[in-house]
Design a protein around this ligand. Sequence first.
Ligand SMILES: Cc1ncc(COP(=O)(O)O)c(C=O)c1O
Length: 394
Amino acid sequence: MLNPHLTTLTDYPFDRLRALLDGTPPGAPPIALSVGEPRHPPPPWLGDVLAAQPADWGRYPPIEGTPDFRAAVAGWLTRRYALPADFIDADRHVLPVAGTREGLFLIALAVLPERKAGGRPVVLLPNPFYQVYLGAAVVGGAEPVLLPAGPASGFLPDLDALPAALLDRTAIFYLCSPANPQGAIADAGYLEALIGLARRHDFVLIVDECYAEIYDRQPPAGALAAAAALGDAPDRLAVFHSLSKRSSVPGLRSGFVAGDAAILAAFRRLRAYGGATLPLPVLAASAALWRDEAHVAANRALYRAKFDAAERWLAGRFGFYRPAGGFFLWLDVGDGEAAALRLWRQAGVRVLPGAYLGRADAGGVNPGAAYIRIALTADLATTEDALRRLVNAL
Ligand SMILES: Cc1ncc(COP(=O)(O)O)c(C=O)c1O
């Protein structure tokens, strides 16, 4: 009576982490750096905007959000990525999602065909990866094909290594940039090449840019800008952005998808049946957040200070590198699961074994197995404390 696809998925990484650690007492007052849940304060005015129209809690919100929300998003995209003024049509190219997690999952059900090039459709995704991509592929009945995204290819899939026959069968390619967990950023050339592949092989490119505003030095390139540089509409492209990381409001559940008008029309239709809508006060608060950059710059500065601290503690150890984007450290500790258990048992520091974010390849090698992922989400003093404990324990 249960959906058999679900049984082919592993438990979610945080459930696996509980199974690994819950029987073991922490060796010191716990510090949780396992979940990518931002803990910086959101801008102080957010509560006022949320409370401004209490009667709106009594209304069902429209699936496509409000014109004000879509205009705020289109304006932000145009400014952020220096897009041509008419590139984003706020009514055809933008839809709100209740956090990008549900959007990244559900869009696959709006896109996946029964068959592609005479076979079961393929979903390409990086390995290691944000688990929702695999869930969407599997529940959508597609064949997931995992692409190595280790240090040999700059922590991104190697586009030159993809056989044409595989690309012909591909219905969806998920890319994450800045990447969770590795922090790698796809540059404009990479994104343009990938859009070219999507067009030549007729698949949909889904780019998860939810860490786009958490970067170290250079603002990451964006897939919409790459499409604009190629000179036409954002065909076969759907880009996801979130306020969870940009504005430190993961509880607001607010993001959007922007891109191909036909894909978004299909997605809107699917959402009419099974999508979560954003309450009107949340849409108003979200529009205000997308229009403000001051709090985003302040947020970035807090992360930079923690990467400075990480560099002081970890340079020359565990393959430390300063990620170009995102807020994770991805450390090569030899055996990530053993290290996570030791860190918890000896030092009370909770981190995620990289193996839980990857899957074994055909040769049985999980490209995440040697790593731990550390989310730099706590305040600076707590982060320093955790780094000191980590160096002592490992
Ligand atoms: C790569 C990636 N994509 C998407 C999400 C989902 O974020 P949200 O649903 O809060 O927008 C996360 C959250 O951790 C993430 O790491």
